[in-house]
Design a protein. Structure first.
Length: 740
């Protein structure tokens, strides 16, 4: 048996065997495109004797790139010289080698995160006296738009000359780019644009990569924007061996420039493009797949295809109409609880998918009360936490001393008594002398820096210079540890409060991540580590070994799959989002997003919407999403709605006292009654938990809710008055409380 070819279906084999030329594969959700890509690489190397050195494979997430490499290795492919990476990682790798040939950057450039970019824009808007928030947002949108579409500012100004603030766009763009160049920094868009310009302007470098990458494969082609497409077209223009896999029905990133018209452009820009379709789905049951097909056929701008499967019919997906967000979260929590405790499921089998980040909190709260392990994705990332950003900023100034954004963040952290007027003085001196801030601080006598400022910055500069002199001689972990200790970073979090305890814990987790990175990447440098964490996406941190329910935005779980998916908040103005109402193109993208959410499910699917929801500071009655009507399946109305409304709307309980009447269970017994006799009792015995460990008046610490005082205790529940949240009732046996 030929493991590479014989394990593929007929559609996949046809696409696999065509090695030369431009090939477009339209691959539906769950149709085995990752398998096709990896088997194609193996087929090229083993059967066609193509050197892995000459192959470039591009994916959209680090997680997907890692999976592709691992699959290739299982097929006995030597991946040492094979490039498998995201667009941004590929460009960073090219620029680290050759960016200096452009003349205005050096190879130690910093890659600015979204927070860094926001800081630069904020300073520019203040200097230019642009105060209206709507205009600020529009300017940033247009700058991103011109970069995503690989347009020059002059051409963009002509194209949008009718905008009343068009000259402000030009002014802000030029100021922004000047600030980045001065700081030897690139944003995510510039990684692509600068790489493209480097290749375009330097024929020698272009030919080097064209000669190397004779075969290029691109995953998720429908999500490429114009600059990404231009890069691929440029790199493949010599060999014309390009293999792209995409699906118009899964194009959900237009807000960052993704354009599925690149599929049509591919047909126009290259001769004899061969088209293959993958329509067999391996992921979902027939009933889930039928639902997806029923929905997406309402879109007009798409290539006609109908996904099919030989999987079983499966359980009919259901719609739940609920009263409010508390009952919605409670319904989902009970379903997960029951299936994990009585049907053999694991927490990692479940995903709760939302259109907006703002919808996640009720689920986080309810999962805590049920002791359901969970993790939130698509929201606030670990590396964007303030305490972690501070450490990263310290590290960045050792790699790139021109990084003024990093230095401005930590110059007075921990507190050194350097106020805004002193920082302004340093900034003005740096600007007038065309020098980075660090030069001003190292040589204050040259730049009219007062004795007062010198005294406040002396210790900082002294530590910086001593660490700078030896950081290349230290191991990565040891150097990061030295930075944290010698700059006394932990001293900023010594109040003993829950917030500060959590920050200290996060710093320890950060140090562990450095140690792990060093262990897994022999010979890695501080630059390698910083680049890795800057380019990592939130979903890249998801590990299959983590037994936790995923709570995520739909955008965050593209490419993933789960046994049981809950799509929640299916109400007009939420999903579809309100801005899509008057634009058919945007509405079709919302429908594609719903299609992506449905096709994440393998075995079961629950869709929920509420009659009333508290969002953005007010409670409003809701209308169910039009997408639910397009699915044409019957809504499951709850028989005891009035009882649920009464108990939920009047209670601020995190864990409600559940009785049999209120449990909407598919099971013939009350799972909570059994749980109290089994899992909870076992938990109590193993952890030696007794209700008399807590007394009324005790101060306790909860990892989510903070510090509170015990107000009441009964046989099962404990009432706690939390400083910031008020009184909450928790199940005594599973509440993660610590007496303080």
């Amino acid at each position: 048996m030929n493991e590479i070819v014989d394990t593929l279906n007929n559609e996949q084999r046809e696409a696999l065997s065509q090695i030369e030329g431009v090939i477009l594969v339209v691959a539906g959700a769950g149709s085995g495109k990752t398998k096709l890509l990896t088997h194609r690489i193996a087929y090229m190397v083993k059967e066609k004797k193509i050197d892995p050195y000459n192959i470039l494979a591009i994916t959209f997430t680090n997680k997907a790139a890692k999976e592709m490499k691992e699959r290739c290795e299982k097929l006995n492919i030597d991946c040492k010289n094979l490039w498998v990476s995201t667009f941004h990682s590929m460009c960073a790798r090219i620029l680290r080698q050759d960016i200096e040939k452009l003349g205005y950057y050096d190879k130690n450039f910093t890659i600015y995160s979204e927070q860094d970019v926001d800081k630069v824009y904020k300073d520019i808007f203040n200097k230019l006296n642009i105060n209206k928030e709507e205009i600020k947002k529009n300017i940033v949108y247009h700058i991103n738009n011109l970069k995503n579409n690989n347009l020059k500012i002059e051409d963009y100004i002509n194209l949008y000359s009718y905008l009343p603030y068009i000259q402000d766009i030009k002014l802000v763009f030029e100021s922004y780019q000047n600030e980045l160049r001065k700081s030897n920094a690139l944003d995510f868009n510039d990684l692509l644009i600068v790489t493209y310009n480097l290749l375009l302007k330097n024929e020698e470098i272009l030919k080097k990569y064209q000669k190397r990458f004779k075969y290029i494969l691109v995953d998720e082609f429908q999500d490429t924007n114009k600059i990404q497409y231009d890069l691929i077209k440029l790199l493949s223009s010599q060999s014309k061996n390009l293999f792209v896999v995409g699906d118009e029905d899964q194009c959900i990133y237009s807000w960052r420039g993704a354009n599925y018209s690149n599929i049509q452009d591919l047909k126009n820009d290259f001769d004899d493009v061969k088209l293959y379709k993958l329509q067999r789905n391996y992921r979902s049951t027939k009933k889930i797949l039928n639902l997806a097909n029923q929905l997406i056929k309402n879109n007009k701008a798409r290539t006609e295809k109908v996904l099919w499967t030989e999987n079983e019919d499966g359980v009919q997906p259901e719609i739940r109409k609920l009263y409010d967000e508390k009952e919605e979260a409670d319904t989902v929590a009970k379903e997960i609880y029951n299936l994990v405790n009585f049907k053999g499921y694991s927490y990692k089998d479940f995903a709760v998918l939302v259109r907006l980040n703002a919808l996640t909190f009720p689920f986080e709260e309810k999962f805590l009360s049920y002791n359901i392990s969970h993790k939130v994705y698509g929201g606030f990332k670990f590396y964007e936490r303030a305490e972690i950003k501070n450490i990263i900023s310290y590290l960045r100034i050792f790699i790139n001393p021109k990084d003024d954004v990093a230095l401005s963040r930590i110059i007075n952290f921990p507190k050194r008594g350097i106020g805004d007027s002193a920082i302004l003085k340093i900034s003005e001196n740096a600007k007038s002398n065309n020098k980075p801030w660090i030069d001003i601080l190292i040589n204050p006598e040259k730049y009219e820096i007062t004795d007062s400022i010198r005294k406040k910055t002396n210790e900082f500069i002294s530590v910086y210079l001593s660490l700078m002199s030896d950081y290349k001689n230290e191991t990565l972990y040891q150097f990061v540890l030295n930075v944290i200790e010698k700059f006394k970073i932990k001293s900023a979090y010594n109040s003993g409060s829950e917030e500060d305890l959590n920050r200290i814990l996060n710093i320890e987790i950060f140090l562990e991540s450095v140690k792990e990175f060093e262990k897994n990447n022999k010979g890695s440098t501080l630059l390698d580590f910083l680049e890795n964490i800057t380019l990592i996406s939130d979903i890249d941190t998801m590990e299959d070994s983590n037994d936790a329910v995923t709570i995520a935005t739909i955008h965050s779980v593209k490419g993933l799959e789960f046994k049981y998916v809950f799509i929640v908040g299916l109400e007009e103005k939420i999903f579809p989002i309100s801005r899509a109402y008057n634009n058919e193109t945007d509405m079709e993208e919302e429908r594609r997003l719903m299609y992506v959410a449905i096709t994440r499910a393998k075995e079961n699917l629950m869709l929920t919407y509420c009659q009333t929801r508290y969002l953005y500071g007010k409670r409003e009655f809701q209308i169910c999403s039009r997408f639910l009507k397009e699915l044409k399946i019957e809504t499951n109305y709850q028989e005891n709605m009035s009882k649920s409304i009464n108990s939920i709307s009047k209670s601020n309980f995190i864990y409600e006292k559940v009785n049999e009447e209120k449990v909407n269970s598919k099971y013939s017994y009350n799972p909570f009654e059994k749980a109290q006799k089994t899992k909870y009792q076992k938990y109590i015995e193993e952890n030696n938990i007794k209700k008399d460990e807590f007394n009324i008046g005790d101060k306790v610490l909860h990892p989510k809710f903070g510090i509170g005082q015990v107000k009441n205790i009964d046989s099962q529940f404990i009432e706690i008055d939390f400083d910031k949240l008020g009184i909450k009732t928790l199940l005594l046996t599973i509440a993660p409380l610590k007496k303080i």
